[in-house]
Design a protein around this ligand. Structure first.
Ligand code: SAM
Length: 166
């Protein structure tokens, strides 16, 4: 079968204080309290009904400024090469980013957010309510090579070396 090309249209745009990767957080855990905004396209405004009852959202977005994808990457936190799919590096075959953020207010088409880790101007592909009963995994969680690094990763801010590859 021929590989399919899938074309998505953004539903809105994400605004954050991060103009570029230098100094941007690595994950929402490293962006605690950082305020941002999702501005939803008027065509989708009706779909926001009842969203204000949720405290957290799952944002799915296009990492529009990511570089070329490499299948082996060396995160600066670790210094050892890892398979791309064992990392959260943004430069992927389909550069999709995923963040669980706090929803602090809904004002028309503007969603006021906290804990944002993406770059300003990032196109938003979708948003979904975070529901612990649906989203918390069963059983013990293993975090592979990140086990020793996750706490540090959560605190650290990104820089260009994050995209270094072997
Ligand atoms: C490790 S990624 C994680 C992103 C998301 N939380 C995830 O797990 O998919 C975080 C880094 O992606 C980069 N980034 C965020 N938004 C981006 C965008 N729109 N284009 C390119 N890179 C982006 C920033 O450098 C940030 O430090």
């Amino acid at each position: 079968m021929e590989p399919q090309t899938i074309c998505y249209r953004p539903i809105g745009v994400l605004h954050t204080p991060f103009a570029d990767s230098e100094g941007a957080p690595i994950q929402p855990a490293g962006a605690r309290g950082v305020e941002g905004e999702a501005v939803i396209d008027p065509a989708y405004a009706e779909g926001l009904k009842d969203l204000e009852g949720f405290s957290h959202l799952i944002l799915i977005y296009h990492c529009h400024r990511s570089g070329p994808c490499r299948l082996v990457v060396t995160p600066f936190l670790d210094g050892r090469p890892h398979g791309l799919f064992a990392t959260r590096a943004p430069a992927r075959p389909n550069p999709i980013g995923l963040s669980v953020v706090r929803l602090v207010g809904v004002e028309g088409r503007r969603l006021h957010l906290k804990d944002v880790d993406m770059l300003d101007g990032t196109p938003l592909l979708d948003l979904k309510p975070y529901v612990p009963e649906f989203d918390q995994p069963f059983g013990p969680v293993r975090t592979g090579w990140l086990a020793e690094r996750a706490a540090e990763a959560a605190r650290r801010r990104g820089d260009r070396r994050f995209h270094r590859s072997e």
